[in-house]
Design a protein around this ligand. Structure first.
Ligand code: FEO
Ligand code: CA
Ligand code: CA
Length: 520
């Protein structure tokens, strides 16, 4: 597809105005406090001059005195301050890397129950306490803290509102934990994304289980319908629950904001090509146990209710509301929701209240580079059923495959890219080289321009952006370096330890005068 067609095509999708991103790095970098990077294929985490990083924690590290281990593929992070120099820190562990557990990747039928058990240990999330000596010192994990705990693929987790799913009121485990959110009361939401990889899937109207990639269902009989939910975690106690009201699909994130009447709106996208964007509005002000779920008609700018009592077609199709919530994808299709190009992270601008949604790509449709969609709720009211949508930025020039976002203290945007390991450096992705971290000013002369701040090691994705409360530290996950390695003896990356070492996903903390000047 040529350039004009590509832009027209994305415009058509979003049904709005196209803002074309321009070649930021060459034009207006003089007014920036750093020199933007160019794309790189180095097996390093490279930062713009004036920024440094250190590793907070990495895969395989012990996190507490009980000997619990930091899991695989750290993804979403959340920083919840406790005092000036202490915080809770949550980290998702998205999926296992079987080639590093078993020595090579194995087919589902080759794995023993003991092997599956090892995979179940490395997913879920970590609750950590972190501290620093003073505001100029780096953060460290307090490994003596009794708050430090793991959630894994074995943790017993109840469904809220006392709902029984496939005859059970509890699920065994959480996995596929991709991005998340923080509630107004300081708990963390961790989102089960590619849930079908573990126990497969049972589609609406079918009794038949579609087998999974990892083959856990060969040894454990858990229902696929127990996964694909948003899980709320209380970091103080480690208690967790699956929030059935927000629906079941490949949740990327769950971004919370108070509504004007004090309830909570939660935005979440289904990260699968052609799937939908959702909004949940809680019934209560202090929990997300019940509420109304909506799916987006982007073309008409309407939130469509998934309440079975408000729709004849839902009533005629599903047994009850829980049946709708388990099969959101089917319900969204029946209501005519807009198919999207893999909705990923969602962040709300702290001043304008606009809702930004990354659409990472949809290769089947020829959309290789993705875009960022901007939603404006009517009157900035998160209870609204009407909104306007437009493209904020379109990939293909300065970046490709936008994924996670974070707004900083000044309301400027930080974005990471996720070109998949198998596509990186090839075909339409060649010029973008490794994944990166980008800074996008939201006002002034450079408004809407894209400047690269960091370049990831080989095969890695940068993800899980979160700022400390004083904005002096930017936490970031370096996820799956060397993911295309066949095993510990055939490696594509040696990050972070170099030499012949095996690659290890790690959470890094970035600081330095450039970050301070951007937040001052
Ligand atoms: Fe796990 Fe959609 O990224
Ligand atoms: Ca992601
Ligand atoms: Ca985010």
């Amino acid at each position: 597809m040529n350039e004009i067609d590509r832009r027209h095509f994305v415009k058509f999708l979003a049904g709005g105005v196209v803002t074309i991103s321009s070649c930021g790095s060459s034009l207006s970098s003089k007014s920036l406090p750093f020199k933007p990077l160019s794309f790189s294929r180095a097996d390093e985490l490279i930062l713009a001059e004036g920024l440094t990083y250190s590793i907070l924690i990495k895969q395989g590290d012990q996190i507490n005195r009980r000997g619990d281990i930091f899991g695989h593929n750290n993804d979403y992070t959340a920083f919840i301050p406790v005092s000036k120099n202490e915080a809770f820190f949550w980290v998702n562990h998205e999926y296992p890397l079987p080639q590093f557990i078993h020595g090579r990747d194995l087919k589902a039928e080759e794995k023993t129950k003991e092997m599956i058990d090892k995979e179940r240990e490395v997913v879920g999330g970590s609750i950590l306490r972190i501290k620093r000596d003073n505001e100029n010192s780096p953060w460290q994990v307090d490994k003596t803290s009794t708050f430090n705990k793991r959630l894994t693929g074995k943790t017993k987790i109840p469904f809220v509102a006392n709902r029984a799913i496939a005859g059970k009121k509890n699920a065994v485990g959480t996995f596929g934990n991709c991005a998340g959110g923080v509630t107004p009361w300081g708990t963390v939401l961790t989102c089960e994304e590619n849930y079908h990889d573990y126990y497969g899937e049972i589609n609406f109207g079918s009794e038949k289980r579609i087998p999974s990639r990892l083959g856990w269902e060969r040894h454990y009989k858990n229902s696929p319908h127990h996964y694909g939910w948003v899980v709320e975690v209380d970091l103080k106690t480690g208690a967790s629950k699956k929030l059935t009201g927000i629906g079941r699909y490949a949740h990327e994130c769950a971004t919370c904001i108070r509504t004007k009447d004090g309830r909570v709106a939660v935005y979440s996208g289904d990260d699968k090509a052609g799937e939908f964007l959702y909004k949940f509005i809680s019934k209560n002000k202090n929990n997300l146990h019940e509420g109304e779920l909506f799916v987006a008609d982007i073309k008409k700018g309407k939130w469509l209710s998934l309440d079975i009592n408000k729709s004849k077609i839902l009533k005629d199709t599903f047994k009850d509301q829980l049946d709708v919530l388990i099969h959101c994808r089917k319900a969204g299709r029946l209501l005519g929701a807009t198919h999207l190009d893999r909705p990923e992270d969602i962040e709300i601008h702290p001043e304008t209240g606009d809702v930004f949604v990354t659409l990472t790509n949809n290769k089947k449709r020829g959309n290789f580079h993705g875009s960022i969609l901007r939603l404006k709720e009517n009157n900035r009211d998160y209870l609204s059923r009407d909104f306007k949508a437009e493209d904020f930025l379109v990939g293909g020039d300065d970046f490709s495959c936008p994924d996670n976002l974070a707004f900083d203290r000044k309301g400027n945007l930080w974005m990471v890219s996720d070109i998949s390991g198998s596509a990186m450096g090839k075909g339409p992705y060649k010029k973008f080289k490794n994944n990166g971290l980008f800074y996008i000013p939201m006002s002034g002369a450079n408004s809407g321009r894209v400047f690269q701040v960091a370049s990831a090691p080989i095969d890695a994705e940068l993800t899980g952006l979160s700022f400390s409360a004083d904005y002096k530290t930017l936490f970031m996950s370096v996820q799956h370096p060397g993911e295309k390695s066949k095993g510990p003896k055939d490696l594509t990356s040696h990050w972070p330890d170099g030499g012949n070492s095996i690659p290890l996903s790690s959470v890094v903390q970035i600081s330095g005068k450039v970050l301070e000047s951007l937040q001052a």
